[in-house]
Ligand binder design. Structure first.
Ligand code: ARG
Length: 285
């Protein structure tokens, strides 16, 4: 059996249907604006992901897609959720900044309290921040500024562990790090600097280190629902280790979305996250 002490979050997700998805600009190394997205296939892959999450025991709630915002499907980047609090992203690239109004409207309508990071500091939400144990592992460099972490910590009360991302192909934390349960996580050393890896050593008792090719297949961009790991791809070596630990692996191909540099995790935003546990100190290290 996998660790009884599974993740305390990951049973409720926000997704956005891909009706307006496409590769219309280039803001990461995977995007090529001349690429054509097969809309039917994107829809099927997205539906398959949503139904797989439901079968695994998660609730999936939806946000309306919006014309002219092709990357709105990547709800992981909407912002940070902490209980009833929503902190909207401050997108690095102007191409995505129009998403914020849509995200804020949705979260306000759902009764969340919206709290803002200061202007002029970039932060791309859960794409760059994943809870592990009682800390919030947070990536910076390509999309989020290191300076945003102190504000996140102040607003949420979470203890933040900052990690510098160093490979432009792995530009968001969620391409390099995937919490599995209270002791285990997948990690792509390709994307982390030496100091980040030292932080990890102290934090994750049983890491599953991804080989570079595995990381570049977006293996780490997986969604964990209890003992089910929903992955964009799963090389045999990774599958064997996950199964040895008692996880059930389900592969959901999302190659239409990989054209925009996003996988399974990017297409979801966990809504049942509670940071800043009473024992956690509001510190940034
Ligand atoms: N095209 C999007 C971008 O470059 C993909 C976002 C992927 N999201 C994620 N959480 N990794 O911003």
């Amino acid at each position: 059996m996998h660790d009884e002490d599974g993740l305390s979050w990951g049973r409720r997700y926000l997704m956005c249907p891909p009706s307006h998805f496409g590769v219309l600009y280039e803001i990461n190394p995977w995007m090529d604006a001349t690429t054509v997205v097969d809309a039917d296939s994107a829809r099927q892959q997205w539906e398959h992901l949503a139904s797989t999450l439901r079968v695994a025991g998660a609730e999936v709630v939806l946000m309306e897609p919006a014309d002219g915002l092709p990357d709105l499907v990547f709800t992981a980047n909407a912002g940070l959720v902490n209980g009833n609090q929503f902190i909207p992203s401050r997108f690095r690239h102007p191409e995505r900044q129009g998403e914020t109004d849509v995200d804020v409207q949705w979260f306000s309508e759902q009764g969340f309290t919206v709290e803002w990071l200061p202007d002029g500091v970039s932060n791309e939400g859960a794409g760059d921040a994943l809870p592990f144990g009682d800390v919030l592992v947070s990536g910076y460099h390509f999309r989020s500024d290191a300076a945003s972490h102190a504000y996140v910590s102040r607003l949420t009360g979470a203890a933040v562990r900052s990690v510098e991302l160093i490979d432009p192909r792995l530009y968001h934390l969620d391409l390099t790090f995937c919490p599995l349960d209270s002791r285990r996580a997948m990690v792509a050393p390709l994307g982390w600097d030496r100091y980040g890896l030292a932080v990890l050593e102290n934090l994750v008792p049983e890491p599953l280190f991804l080989e570079d090719e595995e990381a570049l297949e977006f293996c780490g961009n997986s969604v964990v629902v209890g003992s089910v790991v929903v992955m964009p791809a799963c090389p045999p070596r990774v599958g064997r280790q996950l199964e040895r630990w008692g996880f059930d692996v389900v592969v959901c191909p999302v190659d239409q979305f990989l054209k925009a540099g996003g996988g399974c995790r990017c297409l979801t935003l966990a809504l049942d996250v509670h940071l800043g546990l009473p024992s956690a100190e509001s510190t940034v290290t």
